[in-house]
Ligand binder design. Structure first.
Ligand SMILES: [Zn+2]
Ligand SMILES: [Zn+2]
Length: 280
């Protein structure tokens, strides 16, 4: 599978000269499977750029959209995704069930109080709601996607892609050290031995005490998870909107110090808008 980051920022877009390296758009990740199917995780503002790209390459735009949860930074790009206004586009939505309701509410409600001028049921694309992943694995012609509940206010889902021998785990908006909810050993089991773990690392260790219960993790907690789960490659994402490129570089440097001399993970970096990874 090939994994491309179209949005890496957490909470709110953060454009400007200080975020050019890692990007200012909010969460959107494209996964193109070896069988040719396309899966998109979340519709943050990076989703708009993906829409421009798919239009430019004249792609028929038939794909699965997996929503981790319904917070606005993960939905804001959907009304600005150009192919959603075309009859030929087919989107199958799955993921955290309340997120589908939240996605429809981004649009006009016919009551004059919507957040966008266009009504959801006036969109020309065919949008189906599968609602599979909250209940069991999703099989896309042999690629199996599993889900796990996140530690995040109002809930959400993490996703694990298994394609042949290769595994990618995507976990954003997740508080590893939460007082309640899923415990670390459950996340270790979910991530065990994966080729690539992409995980929320919004906060610094010095910030977390004031932000407990906000639903995010520190890079130290994430590196620790990756080590316990013997993850091969680790990418930190959902960068805090206040974080400059230099500060994200510093987080990467500190994370690499933590893994120096250890067997796993072999590789640590921060998600960059436009960056692409291929498994195998
Ligand atoms: Zn978020
Ligand atoms: Zn969130």
């Amino acid at each position: 599978m090939e994994i491309k980051f179209w949005g890496t920022r957490g909470s709110i877009p953060a454009p400007g000269s200080h975020t050019l390296e890692f990007g200012g758009n909010t969460t959107c990740v494209e996964v193109v499977l070896l069988n040719g199917q396309r899966v998109v995780i979340d519709g943050g503002t990076g989703f708009r750029l993906l829409g421009q790209h798919l239009t430019a390459i004249n792609d028929p735009c038939h794909f699965h959209l997996l929503l981790t949860h319904g917070h606005w930074d993960h939905l804001l790009g959907i009304p600005f995704f150009e192919p959603i206004y075309r009859e030929t586009t087919e989107v199958t939505v799955d993921g955290w069930p309340p997120a589908f309701q939240a996605m429809t509410r981004v649009f006009d409600s016919h009551m004059g109080d919507g957040f966008f001028p266009v009504a959801f049921d006036h969109l020309k694309a065919r949008i189906d709601y599968l609602n599979n992943l909250a209940h069991g694995p999703l099989d896309l012609d042999g690629v199996v996607i599993d889900a796990m509940r996140l530690n995040h206010p109002q809930g959400g889902l993490a996703f694990r892609f298994q394609e042949g021998k290769h595994t990618m785990v995507f976990i954003t908006d997740n508080e590893l050290g939460a007082a309640r909810g899923r415990r670390i050993p459950e996340f270790v089991d979910f991530c065990r031995g994966c080729d690539l773990l992409i995980h929320d690392a919004q906060y610094l260790p010095g910030e977390i005490a004031d932000r407990r219960g906000w639903g995010h993790s520190t890079y130290e907690e994430v590196v620790d998870l990756a080590q316990q789960a013997e993850v091969h490659n680790l990418i930190l994402t959902h960068h805090d909107p206040s974080r400059t490129d230099a500060e994200v570089e510093q987080i990467v440097a500190l994370s690499r110090e933590m893994v120096a001399g250890r067997k796993n993970p072999h590789y640590v970096d921060a998600a960059r808008e436009g960056a692409c990874f291929r498994l195998p």
